[in-house]
Design a protein around this ligand. Structure first.
Ligand code: FAD
Ligand code: NDP
Length: 362
């Protein structure tokens, strides 16, 4: 007899603070969640974005700071301690129209129809990736002067009273530049167009700040710096894209604020996304457009994108998933489908899946 399809009450996809917080809550509630932590999913190691940084100084509970990888190792250990089943695989396909939901692992399942793991509820916590510019010198000075998060890294000593540069013209760039004025001697903002995309209020604050210079029609060309192991950046070559004129700025810090890419390829076409690809959730909750599917962390948050806000939203997703499961307890897959507005043929992923109804909780 073929082995039964492995089934879990809650599948958590992701491995950052959102996923592990959800796992800690759900495993303590004895729901035995399965967490798919990914294998270099989206190019990032299991553990998420914090595995790519050094010190985290703003996560509560660590007055002396903690390294990003150590923080994520501790979260993983805490998830496991309470009984989370952690699978080191990337989920490459998800069927949210069937009940139970079906998941495919990259290596074990490939593209085939079966076998797939199944789950009564799913938490999407796949995160986001800060866009990079692939400038010459970027790889060498990444985290040695270059950062994609001023709020995370701005306070470190190498930036104190030093000239800093921010790239971008949106609200994030404005917010990051204003934040950096607390530490740097001067903050230059490079905007590739001749206008800022940021809100009027942010523009006014930015343009009137005495420590800020906004250079419109300017782009970065190359990052320059010390030529030694773990050397720091010292200069940035920039170019006026109207005149072609180049100049070399003194710059000890370079902060990218050119947008993020949320990891939502997996659910595109199944769940409602906003125009930038972020998962839409009912404000203040983790409810997505399908009942039984919850979202947490950066994948649904284009505004705050912090470890602690991700962890907080992971907690919300766990509590809401727990409530959903309690309310559905004892229901057959057919009854669950009926509740969700889909039809009987959807069970276990029949091909002719009709349109499902939007989450009635929204
Ligand atoms: P992420 O951390 O984005 O992790 C999601 C992970 O899930 C992915 O990386 C991948 O491993 C996995 N995954 C993705 N898709 C799949 C899939 N299909 N199947 C299985 N697994 C998958 N915040 C702070 O508060 N303080 C800081 O000091 C700080 N420093 C930072 C430094 C850097 C360099 C960066 C990039 C970010 C920093 N942040 C910091 C922001 C913080 O890292 C993020 O806000 C937080 O990690 C988001 O957590 P998350 O749980 O949403 O997911
Ligand atoms: P945005 O997409 O709004 O802005 C990205 C900026 O980066 C744009 O100015 C864009 O230029 C520029 N850019 C993109 N690619 C490059 C490149 N290759 N080289 C140079 N510049 C580049 O992203 P944000 O992260 O700023 O904001 C995301 C969302 O979050 C927005 O809706 C924003 O309003 C919101 N937000 C709100 C905040 C607040 O209200 N305080 C704070 C932070 C974010 P171009 O304009 O030419 O495309």
């Amino acid at each position: 007899m073929a082995p039964a399809t492995p089934h879990t009450k809650v599948a958590i996809i992701g491995s950052g603070p959102a996923a592990h917080t959800a796992a800690i809550y759900l495993s303590r509630a004895e729901l035995k969640p399965t967490l798919y932590e990914g294998m270099l999913a989206g190019g990032t190691a299991a553990g998420g974005q914090l595995t790519t940084t050094t010190e985290v100084e703003n996560y509560p509970g660590f007055p002396n700071g903690i390294s990003g990888p150590d923080l994520m190792d501790s979260m993983r250990a805490q998830s496991e301690k309470f009984g989370t089943d952690i699978i080191t695989e990337t989920i490459t396909k998800l069927d949210l129209k069937s009940r139970p939901f079906r998941l495919w692992r990259e290596y074990e399942d490939g593209d085939g129809d079966a076998p797939a793991h199944t789950a009564d509820a799913v938490i999407i916590a796949t995160g986001a990736n800060a866009r990079r510019l692939d400038l010459p010198g970027e790889e060498t000075y990444w985290q040695n002067g270059i950062s994609a998060c001023a709020v995370c890294d701005g306070a470190v000593p190498i930036f104190r009273n030093k000239p800093l540069v921010v790239i971008g013209g949106g609200d994030s760039a404005a917010e990051e530049a204003l934040f950096l004025t607390k530490y740097g001697s001067k903050v230059t903002v490079l905007v590739r167009k001749d206008f800022l995309r940021a809100s009027k209020a942010m523009q006014n604050r930015l343009l009137s700040h005495e420590k800020v210079e906004v250079k419109f029609n300017h782009e970065a060309v190359e990052v320059l710096g010390e030529n030694k192991p773990r050397g720091l950046m010292t200069n940035l070559k920039i170019k006026n894209n109207k005149t072609g004129e180049e100049q070399v700025l003194n710059a000890n810090g370079l902060f990218y604020a050119v947008g993020h890419d949320p990891a939502t390829g997996l659910v595109k076409g199944q769940l409602d996304l906003d125009e930038e690809g972020y998962l839409l959730t009912k404000p203040g909750t983790s409810y997505t457009s399908i009942e039984g599917v919850f979202a947490a962390g950066d994948v649904q948050d284009k505004r705050y994108r912090q470890a602690i806000t991700s962890a907080g939203s992971g907690c919300i997703a766990a509590l809401e998933a727990e409530k959903y499961l309690a309310e559905r307890e004892g229901e057959s897959p057919e009854q669950q489908l009926e509740q969700s507005g889909a039809k009987k043929g959807d069970i276990n992923g029949a091909d002719n899946v009709p349109e499902y109804k939007t989450n009635p909780l929204l």
